[in-house]
Ligand binder design. Structure first.
Ligand code: SF4
Ligand code: SF4
Length: 293
């Protein structure tokens, strides 16, 4: 087994669905200074990038809008990244970090770029999320290391647009994702490929990131400026602020509302459960009549 295979196998044992390796040199061809892996870890050579589906499939089929949020497995990505970083340091003796410093809308490293360079998926018209043909929308984690490893490199064929989106574009000049969010998304398909696309993350953030740490700061500011004691109490102890506190305590926040992925054919395919085992198949299959009665 190669070193690359050993590292990937370890990440899968920790729970990753997909694992790839991006070279820092490849990432730095696109990332501006100040947003590169070696700005975070001096001498970084590789970024072990992985994806773990956090949202169970059933959550998409709830009529209660809150269900997907409550069925998100938070904390699993940093857990895998921590284990991989410690594994590389203890087994191979290379410095590694697993927590990417994040500053609001200006993060110090694009995990999407890492995933592209590690061959896990390609950029989509739906909020620029990375799509993989098997797992759909990627939830991405990464471990930066000084260990030189052979990189996987980007996928050669784009996952987006799906053939059905190309057909829809030819008929109606739209796609399911563009249709879902005219405010944040725009783009064009030509000859079966994305010709151009725009994702306005500043509009998206104000619509979708309403319950994280910034919401807590806003609630505190509003409460501090509120002269009426009853209103102050309502702001601080109401159900909205309680939810915000819960999320901050659990280190969670939502980057997107995901409505642009709801009708994406790649995502629908990925979140459809296929019959996997013979027990289920026996239950679902029509009963056969024994020839002897
Ligand atoms: S996540 Fe929500 S707000 Fe953001 S682009 Fe998608 S549909 Fe629009
Ligand atoms: S719906 Fe999905 S596959 Fe189709 S264009 Fe949008 S992101 Fe791409």
């Amino acid at each position: 087994m190669t070193l690359e295979e050993e590292v990937k196998q370890f990440a899968v044992q920790q729970g990753a669905d997909l694992v790839g390796i991006a070279s820092v040199a490849d990432i730095n061809r696109y990332a501006p200074p100040g947003h590169r892996p070696d700005d975070i870890l001096t001498g970084a050579k590789s970024v072990i990038t992985f994806s773990k589906t956090r949202l169970v499939k059933g959550a998409w089929y709830s009529s209660d809008y809150r269900t997907p949020y409550y069925n998100n497995v938070w904390g699993i990505l940093p857990g895998i990244a921590t284990a991989v970083a410690q594994f590389i340091e203890s087994e191979y003796g290379y410095y590694s970090v697993y927590q990417i410093p994040d500053i609001g809308l200006n993060p110090s490293l694009s995990l999407k770029l890492c995933a592209e360079m590690a061959g896990l998926g390609t950029r989509s018209m739906a909020a620029g999320i990375i799509l993989n043909p098997k797992v759909g929308m990627l939830s991405i984690g990464a471990c930066i290391t000084t260990m030189p490893l052979k990189a996987d490199g980007p996928m050669t064929e784009p996952v987006c647009p799906h053939p059905s989106c190309v057909k829809l574009w030819e008929k109606r000049h739209t796609t399911p994702c563009l249709d879902a969010c005219h405010q944040c998304l725009s783009g064009e398909i030509a000859e079966g490929r994305i010709k151009w696309m725009r994702y306005d993350r500043r509009i998206c953030a104000t619509r979708a990131m309403t319950e994280g740490p910034s919401a807590l700061l806003r609630a505190l500011r509003e409460a501090a400026n509120e002269p009426d004691a009853g209103m102050r109490r309502s702001i601080l102890l109401g159900s909205f602020t309680q939810r915000v506190f819960e999320m901050v305590a659990a280190s969670t926040y939502y980057a997107q509302c995901f409505e642009c992925t709801r009708n994406c054919p790649v995502c629908i395919e990925a979140r459809t459960i296929r019959v996997k085992n013979t027990v289920q198949a026996t239950v679902d299959a029509p009963k056969e009549v024994d020839a002897n009665g």
